[in-house]
Write a protein that binds this ligand. Structure first.
Ligand SMILES: CCC(=O)NCCNC(=O)CCNC(=O)[C@H](O)C(C)(C)COP(=O)(O)O
Length: 346
């Protein structure tokens, strides 16, 4: 293997139990209109589990699947963006203690809102390539979008939020897939989309008791019209896809699967399927609609689903797409090399 080849050695997802959308409607958590508009069929909703615990469980599973020992890992990057359970604390170190207790490598938290997993993957790649003595990185994500501060069905209309953890091991040793490229593009002129005209506060929830991204978006769009924002979003997405394809020396026609953000059906169609001209059947939509938006973890959950289910196999090219408030977009191209022993059909 050449010096700069990096592989996905293992992936894993830890999800709490699913609530059907019908039960969510019956419980008064979701209205029929939201169910119809988002097309979501069920949502992973944590009970007593908390975000870093779910991340640690995914990490333990990934390390077991990859035969990775704590001392093999040179950096742990934990991505999240909602409350991790304690006010001033190191969730990445909690994940490290739970999943790799004897490790002494750096454990770092990464924040890029819903693109945090992809940002961590990009940082992990650079960290490993910066020093040939470094061999593996463990990337985890974990979030729990629970009341009182978050309404998973109403805080961000168009997206239904779910709870869960994901993990990926990126390394120099041979894995089930090779990371061919990863590109990222940002549009900081859109950062106000998730801030609106709220004043800066002195403590969380100093302006409202529950996250209301629709209020922020509507305030922002008063000055930056929806059509301008939509055009900016679409052009940035196309740019990052073009960069990732070029760096991998493949074309979009070579992509067998698109791992898409777990957005509602309208947002997915208008923001991704339409602008990129991709068929829903070539995406992870039928999986994502049954899980919900896992915060920073969608790309890894989708990758893990395609591989573990056997739907993605040797020779397949996957494009992982991430988007985060800010906005930042990332696209990664990976080629499946082998069907891991933990995958169906192996
Ligand atoms: C806050 C969590 C997070 O980082 N989410 C990723 C960023 N949000 C999205 O990509 C959702 C889609 N939203 C958008 O593309 C822009 O807000 C648009 C372009 C204004 C469309 O908004 P919509 O009409 O879908 O509410």
């Amino acid at each position: 293997m050449a010096g700069d080849e990096l592989y996905v050695v293992a992936s894993a997802t830890w999800l709490p139990q699913r609530m059907s959308i019908e039960d969510a409607i019956a419980a008064g958590m979701c209205d029929q209109r939201t169910a119809m508009a988002t097309g979501v069929s069920s949502v992973a909703i944590a009970g007593s589990e908390h975000a870093p615990e779910m991340a640690a469980r995914a990490a333990e599973s990934a390390m077991r699947r990859g035969g990775v020992q704590p001392d093999d890992v040179d950096v742990l990057l934990h991505a999240s963006f909602y409350y991790q359970g304690h006010d001033l604390w190191a969730p990445a170190s909690y994940v490290q203690r739970r999943a790799m207790s004897t490790a002494t490598c750096p454990a770092i938290s990464v924040g890029q809102v819903s693109n945090g997993g992809m940002a961590a993957l990009e940082l992990a790649r650079a960290y490993l390539l910066a020093d040939t003595t470094r061999s593996a990185a463990l990337i985890t994500t974990g979030d729990k979008f629970c009341p009182p501060g978050f309404d998973r069905f109403r805080s961000d209309p168009g997206t239904v939020y779910a709870d869960g953890g994901t993990a990926v091991v990126l390394g120099r040793t041979m894995g089930f897939a090779r990371l061919l490229s990863l590109a990222s593009v940002s549009a900081p002129d859109l950062e106000g989309m998730h801030r609106g005209d709220d004043p800066f506060g002195a403590a969380p929830f100093s302006h409202r008791s529950t996250v209301d991204l629709d209020a922020c978006k509507n305030a922002f769009l008063a000055g930056y019209t929806a059509s301008m924002a939509t055009a900016r979003v679409r052009s940035s997405l196309r740019q990052v896809v073009k960069q990732a394809l070029a760096a991998a020396e493949v074309t979009q026609a070579d992509i067998d699967w698109f791992v898409v953000p777990h957005l509602g059906s309208r947002r997915l169609r208008t923001g991704y399927l339409g602008p990129l001209g991709i068929d829903e059947e070539r995406t992870t939509w039928d999986y994502s609609r049954a899980v919900g938006h896992l915060g920073a973890g969608d790309p890894f959950a989708g990758l893990d689903h395609l591989v573990a289910s056997g739907r993605a196999g040797p020779g397949d090219h996957l494009m992982l797409l991430g988007v985060g408030a800010g906005f930042t977009w990332s696209a990664a191209i990976i080629r499946i090399i082998d069907r891991p022993t933990w995958a169906r059909g192996s």
